[in-house]
Design a protein around this ligand. Structure first.
Ligand SMILES: O=c1ccn([C@@H]2O[C@H](COP(=O)(O)O)[C@@H](O)[C@H]2O)c(=O)[nH]1
Length: 304
Protein backbone atom coordinates (compact mmCIF):
# COMPACT_ATOMS: atom_id res chain seq x y z
CA UNK A 1 0.00 0.00 0.00
CA UNK A 2 1.62 3.27 -1.02
CA UNK A 3 1.72 6.02 1.55
CA UNK A 4 2.10 9.77 1.39
CA UNK A 5 5.52 9.46 3.03
CA UNK A 6 6.79 11.48 5.97
CA UNK A 7 9.18 14.27 5.29
CA UNK A 8 10.78 12.06 2.67
CA UNK A 9 12.20 9.69 5.27
CA UNK A 10 9.89 6.73 5.37
CA UNK A 11 8.49 6.34 1.92
CA UNK A 12 6.56 3.14 2.04
CA UNK A 13 4.54 0.79 4.10
CA UNK A 14 4.03 -2.95 4.14
CA UNK A 15 3.82 -4.03 0.55
CA UNK A 16 6.29 -1.41 -0.64
CA UNK A 17 8.26 -1.54 2.58
CA UNK A 18 11.19 0.68 1.72
CA UNK A 19 13.12 3.03 3.88
CA UNK A 20 15.50 5.74 2.81
CA UNK A 21 18.60 3.58 2.97
CA UNK A 22 16.90 0.90 0.92
CA UNK A 23 16.60 -1.57 3.77
CA UNK A 24 13.57 -3.82 3.63
CA UNK A 25 11.42 -3.28 6.71
CA UNK A 26 9.58 -6.49 5.92
CA UNK A 27 5.94 -7.36 6.30
CA UNK A 28 5.38 -7.36 10.03
CA UNK A 29 4.19 -4.77 12.53
CA UNK A 30 7.38 -5.43 14.49
CA UNK A 31 9.56 -4.65 11.48
CA UNK A 32 7.66 -1.47 10.75
CA UNK A 33 7.84 -0.46 14.40
CA UNK A 34 11.62 -0.93 14.32
CA UNK A 35 11.77 1.41 11.32
CA UNK A 36 9.59 4.17 12.80
CA UNK A 37 11.37 3.86 16.14
CA UNK A 38 14.63 4.58 14.36
CA UNK A 39 13.17 7.43 12.34
CA UNK A 40 11.18 9.22 15.06
CA UNK A 41 11.34 7.34 18.34
CA UNK A 42 9.00 4.81 19.96
CA UNK A 43 6.29 7.17 21.20
CA UNK A 44 2.60 6.48 20.56
CA UNK A 45 0.46 9.61 20.33
CA UNK A 46 -2.83 8.90 22.09
CA UNK A 47 -5.74 10.35 20.09
CA UNK A 48 -8.34 10.54 22.87
CA UNK A 49 -10.94 13.26 22.31
CA UNK A 50 -12.04 13.55 25.95
CA UNK A 51 -14.81 16.06 26.54
CA UNK A 52 -12.29 18.10 28.54
CA UNK A 53 -9.72 18.08 25.73
CA UNK A 54 -12.34 19.20 23.21
CA UNK A 55 -13.44 21.98 25.57
CA UNK A 56 -9.84 23.10 26.16
CA UNK A 57 -9.31 23.19 22.41
CA UNK A 58 -12.44 25.28 21.89
CA UNK A 59 -14.16 22.45 19.98
CA UNK A 60 -17.71 21.24 20.31
CA UNK A 61 -18.25 17.89 22.03
CA UNK A 62 -19.97 16.37 19.02
CA UNK A 63 -19.14 14.79 15.67
CA UNK A 64 -17.98 18.10 14.18
CA UNK A 65 -15.61 18.56 17.10
CA UNK A 66 -14.25 15.04 16.55
CA UNK A 67 -13.61 15.75 12.86
CA UNK A 68 -11.70 18.93 13.69
CA UNK A 69 -9.81 17.09 16.45
CA UNK A 70 -8.85 14.47 13.85
CA UNK A 71 -7.39 17.06 11.47
CA UNK A 72 -5.30 18.65 14.21
CA UNK A 73 -3.96 15.35 15.56
CA UNK A 74 -3.14 14.06 12.10
CA UNK A 75 -1.40 17.30 11.23
CA UNK A 76 0.75 17.02 14.33
CA UNK A 77 1.49 13.29 14.12
CA UNK A 78 2.54 12.99 10.49
CA UNK A 79 6.29 13.41 10.33
CA UNK A 80 6.67 13.53 14.11
CA UNK A 81 5.56 10.16 15.43
CA UNK A 82 5.39 6.71 13.94
CA UNK A 83 2.38 5.50 15.89
CA UNK A 84 -1.03 6.79 16.88
CA UNK A 85 -3.52 5.23 19.30
CA UNK A 86 -7.13 6.35 19.10
CA UNK A 87 -9.26 5.26 22.05
CA UNK A 88 -12.49 3.97 20.50
CA UNK A 89 -14.65 4.89 23.52
CA UNK A 90 -14.30 8.60 22.91
CA UNK A 91 -15.66 8.16 19.39
CA UNK A 92 -18.31 5.56 20.23
CA UNK A 93 -19.99 7.96 22.65
CA UNK A 94 -21.07 9.99 19.63
CA UNK A 95 -22.77 7.04 17.92
CA UNK A 96 -22.37 6.37 14.22
CA UNK A 97 -21.08 9.86 13.54
CA UNK A 98 -18.33 9.21 16.08
CA UNK A 99 -17.49 5.89 14.42
CA UNK A 100 -17.37 7.70 11.08
CA UNK A 101 -14.85 10.17 12.52
CA UNK A 102 -12.82 7.30 13.97
CA UNK A 103 -12.87 5.47 10.62
CA UNK A 104 -11.59 8.55 8.84
CA UNK A 105 -8.83 9.02 11.41
CA UNK A 106 -7.71 5.41 11.18
CA UNK A 107 -7.73 5.32 7.36
CA UNK A 108 -6.03 8.71 6.99
CA UNK A 109 -3.37 7.89 9.57
CA UNK A 110 -2.58 4.59 7.86
CA UNK A 111 -2.49 6.43 4.56
CA UNK A 112 0.14 8.74 6.04
CA UNK A 113 2.22 5.72 6.97
CA UNK A 114 1.46 5.86 10.69
CA UNK A 115 0.98 2.59 12.52
CA UNK A 116 -2.49 2.70 14.05
CA UNK A 117 -3.15 0.96 17.36
CA UNK A 118 -6.90 0.98 17.89
CA UNK A 119 -7.51 0.84 21.63
CA UNK A 120 -10.83 -0.97 21.58
CA UNK A 121 -10.26 -3.67 24.23
CA UNK A 122 -12.31 -6.49 22.78
CA UNK A 123 -12.38 -10.09 24.01
CA UNK A 124 -15.29 -12.57 24.00
CA UNK A 125 -16.06 -16.20 23.24
CA UNK A 126 -14.30 -17.53 20.15
CA UNK A 127 -17.17 -17.21 17.68
CA UNK A 128 -17.75 -13.57 18.63
CA UNK A 129 -14.02 -12.86 18.64
CA UNK A 130 -14.01 -14.06 15.02
CA UNK A 131 -16.44 -11.26 14.15
CA UNK A 132 -14.44 -8.63 16.04
CA UNK A 133 -11.30 -9.80 14.26
CA UNK A 134 -13.03 -9.42 10.89
CA UNK A 135 -14.03 -5.89 11.89
CA UNK A 136 -10.57 -4.63 12.80
CA UNK A 137 -7.75 -6.75 11.42
CA UNK A 138 -6.54 -7.77 7.99
CA UNK A 139 -7.62 -7.35 4.42
CA UNK A 140 -11.26 -6.29 4.03
CA UNK A 141 -11.78 -5.29 7.67
CA UNK A 142 -14.41 -2.54 7.90
CA UNK A 143 -12.35 -0.51 10.38
CA UNK A 144 -8.92 -1.84 9.65
CA UNK A 145 -6.19 -0.98 12.12
CA UNK A 146 -2.62 -2.25 12.37
CA UNK A 147 -3.11 -3.38 15.95
CA UNK A 148 -5.94 -3.65 18.44
CA UNK A 149 -6.11 -4.14 22.19
CA UNK A 150 -7.94 -7.11 23.73
CA UNK A 151 -8.80 -8.37 27.21
CA UNK A 152 -7.82 -11.99 27.88
CA UNK A 153 -10.38 -12.80 30.58
CA UNK A 154 -12.20 -15.25 28.28
CA UNK A 155 -8.94 -16.93 27.44
CA UNK A 156 -6.09 -16.47 24.99
CA UNK A 157 -7.14 -19.75 23.42
CA UNK A 158 -10.39 -18.07 22.27
CA UNK A 159 -8.39 -15.50 20.29
CA UNK A 160 -7.35 -17.64 17.35
CA UNK A 161 -8.93 -15.48 14.65
CA UNK A 162 -7.34 -12.27 15.97
CA UNK A 163 -3.97 -13.94 15.99
CA UNK A 164 -4.35 -15.53 12.56
CA UNK A 165 -5.49 -12.27 11.00
CA UNK A 166 -2.80 -10.21 12.72
CA UNK A 167 -0.14 -12.69 11.70
CA UNK A 168 -1.26 -12.98 8.08
CA UNK A 169 -1.71 -9.25 7.51
CA UNK A 170 1.35 -7.87 9.29
CA UNK A 171 -0.74 -6.69 12.21
CA UNK A 172 -0.44 -7.03 15.95
CA UNK A 173 -2.67 -8.13 18.81
CA UNK A 174 -2.01 -6.35 22.11
CA UNK A 175 -3.27 -8.32 25.09
CA UNK A 176 -3.92 -6.41 28.31
CA UNK A 177 -1.63 -8.16 30.79
CA UNK A 178 -0.79 -5.58 33.48
CA UNK A 179 -2.91 -2.46 33.19
CA UNK A 180 -1.78 1.01 34.23
CA UNK A 181 -4.54 1.43 36.81
CA UNK A 182 -4.07 0.03 40.33
CA UNK A 183 -7.58 -1.51 40.37
CA UNK A 184 -6.39 -4.23 37.99
CA UNK A 185 -3.95 -5.78 40.46
CA UNK A 186 -6.54 -7.92 42.28
CA UNK A 187 -7.01 -10.04 39.15
CA UNK A 188 -3.73 -9.54 37.33
CA UNK A 189 -1.60 -10.28 40.40
CA UNK A 190 -3.63 -13.31 41.54
CA UNK A 191 -1.96 -16.68 41.94
CA UNK A 192 -2.20 -18.62 38.68
CA UNK A 193 -0.49 -21.73 40.06
CA UNK A 194 3.00 -23.08 39.33
CA UNK A 195 4.47 -20.11 41.20
CA UNK A 196 3.16 -17.63 38.66
CA UNK A 197 0.83 -14.66 38.90
CA UNK A 198 -1.85 -14.22 36.24
CA UNK A 199 0.17 -11.56 34.42
CA UNK A 200 3.32 -13.71 34.43
CA UNK A 201 1.35 -16.66 33.12
CA UNK A 202 -0.15 -14.56 30.31
CA UNK A 203 3.29 -13.38 29.25
CA UNK A 204 4.55 -16.96 29.22
CA UNK A 205 1.59 -18.00 27.05
CA UNK A 206 2.21 -15.07 24.69
CA UNK A 207 5.85 -16.13 24.48
CA UNK A 208 4.81 -19.66 23.49
CA UNK A 209 2.51 -18.31 20.76
CA UNK A 210 5.20 -16.02 19.35
CA UNK A 211 7.81 -18.77 19.42
CA UNK A 212 5.54 -20.80 17.15
CA UNK A 213 4.57 -17.92 14.83
CA UNK A 214 7.88 -16.07 14.60
CA UNK A 215 10.66 -18.38 15.76
CA UNK A 216 13.66 -16.34 16.85
CA UNK A 217 11.93 -13.03 16.12
CA UNK A 218 9.34 -10.64 17.52
CA UNK A 219 5.90 -12.17 17.01
CA UNK A 220 2.48 -10.68 16.27
CA UNK A 221 1.14 -11.06 19.81
CA UNK A 222 2.14 -8.28 22.18
CA UNK A 223 1.07 -7.08 25.60
CA UNK A 224 -0.20 -3.98 27.34
CA UNK A 225 1.94 -3.30 30.39
CA UNK A 226 1.63 -0.27 32.65
CA UNK A 227 5.02 1.32 33.33
CA UNK A 228 5.04 1.17 37.12
CA UNK A 229 7.12 -0.54 39.78
CA UNK A 230 4.63 -3.26 40.70
CA UNK A 231 5.32 -6.60 42.40
CA UNK A 232 6.30 -9.04 41.11
CA UNK A 233 8.73 -7.36 38.69
CA UNK A 234 8.33 -8.86 35.21
CA UNK A 235 11.92 -8.44 33.96
CA UNK A 236 12.99 -11.53 32.06
CA UNK A 237 9.40 -12.70 31.56
CA UNK A 238 8.76 -9.57 29.50
CA UNK A 239 11.75 -10.23 27.30
CA UNK A 240 10.82 -13.90 26.88
CA UNK A 241 7.37 -12.97 25.54
CA UNK A 242 9.07 -11.92 22.29
CA UNK A 243 6.31 -9.44 21.53
CA UNK A 244 5.87 -5.68 21.41
CA UNK A 245 4.80 -3.96 24.62
CA UNK A 246 2.37 -1.06 24.73
CA UNK A 247 3.03 1.08 27.80
CA UNK A 248 0.11 3.45 28.47
CA UNK A 249 -0.08 5.78 31.44
CA UNK A 250 2.74 8.19 30.60
CA UNK A 251 2.08 11.72 31.82
CA UNK A 252 -1.48 12.16 33.06
CA UNK A 253 -1.44 8.91 35.05
CA UNK A 254 1.91 9.73 36.61
CA UNK A 255 4.43 7.54 34.77
CA UNK A 256 7.59 9.27 33.57
CA UNK A 257 9.96 8.31 30.75
CA UNK A 258 12.37 7.12 33.46
CA UNK A 259 9.64 4.81 34.83
CA UNK A 260 9.20 3.35 31.36
CA UNK A 261 12.94 2.79 30.99
CA UNK A 262 13.10 1.08 34.40
CA UNK A 263 10.09 -1.18 33.81
CA UNK A 264 11.30 -2.37 30.40
CA UNK A 265 15.04 -2.48 31.05
CA UNK A 266 15.10 -6.12 29.87
CA UNK A 267 13.79 -5.29 26.38
CA UNK A 268 13.86 -1.51 25.75
CA UNK A 269 13.64 -1.85 21.98
CA UNK A 270 10.20 -3.48 22.15
CA UNK A 271 8.42 -0.79 24.16
CA UNK A 272 5.82 1.54 22.69
CA UNK A 273 5.22 4.20 25.38
CA UNK A 274 1.90 5.97 25.01
CA UNK A 275 0.66 9.36 26.20
CA UNK A 276 -2.71 10.94 25.48
CA UNK A 277 -3.93 13.78 27.74
CA UNK A 278 -0.47 15.06 28.68
CA UNK A 279 0.47 15.50 25.01
CA UNK A 280 -2.91 16.77 23.85
CA UNK A 281 -2.61 19.53 26.46
CA UNK A 282 -0.18 21.18 24.02
CA UNK A 283 -2.98 21.58 21.40
CA UNK A 284 -4.95 22.80 19.59
CA UNK A 285 -2.10 24.57 17.83
CA UNK A 286 -0.73 21.98 15.39
CA UNK A 287 2.86 23.22 15.62
CA UNK A 288 2.77 23.23 19.44
CA UNK A 289 1.36 19.70 19.54
CA UNK A 290 3.94 18.58 17.02
CA UNK A 291 6.75 20.10 19.11
CA UNK A 292 5.52 18.46 22.31
CA UNK A 293 5.29 15.09 20.55
CA UNK A 294 8.73 15.43 19.00
CA UNK A 295 10.28 16.43 22.35
CA UNK A 296 8.79 13.46 24.21
CA UNK A 297 9.80 11.14 21.38
CA UNK A 298 13.39 12.41 21.67
CA UNK A 299 13.32 11.89 25.43
CA UNK A 300 12.27 8.28 24.93
CA UNK A 301 14.76 7.76 22.17
CA UNK A 302 17.56 8.75 24.56
CA UNK A 303 16.34 6.36 27.26
CA UNK A 304 15.19 3.25 25.39
O1 LIG B 1 -3.73 -0.23 31.05
C1 LIG B 1 -4.17 0.64 30.28
C2 LIG B 1 -4.60 0.36 29.01
C3 LIG B 1 -5.03 1.37 28.20
N1 LIG B 1 -5.06 2.63 28.64
C4 LIG B 1 -5.52 3.68 27.68
O2 LIG B 1 -4.45 4.57 27.42
C5 LIG B 1 -4.93 5.90 27.37
C6 LIG B 1 -4.28 6.67 28.49
O3 LIG B 1 -4.56 8.01 28.39
P1 LIG B 1 -3.78 9.15 29.23
O4 LIG B 1 -4.58 10.36 28.93
O5 LIG B 1 -2.38 9.23 28.69
O6 LIG B 1 -3.82 8.76 30.66
C7 LIG B 1 -6.45 5.81 27.44
O7 LIG B 1 -6.95 5.70 26.12
C8 LIG B 1 -6.69 4.51 28.17
O8 LIG B 1 -7.92 3.90 27.83
C9 LIG B 1 -4.63 2.93 29.89
O9 LIG B 1 -4.62 4.10 30.34
N2 LIG B 1 -4.18 1.92 30.69
Amino acid sequence: MPSAGWCGTLVGRRGLADVEDGADVGESFAAWFAAVRQAYGPLVLGADPHGQVLADWGLSDDADGLERFTDIVLGAAAGTAGLIKPQSAFYERHGWRGIRALSRLVAAARGEGLLVILDVKRGDVGSTNDAYAQAYLGEGAALRADAITVHPYLGLAAMGEYITRANQSGGCLLVVVRSSNPEGRAVQGADAGHGQTVDQRLLADIGALNARLAPGGVGPVGAVIGPAAVEPPLGAVLAAANGLLLAPGVGAQGASPADVAATFAACPDRVMPSASRSLLAAGPDVAALRDATARLNEEFRALL
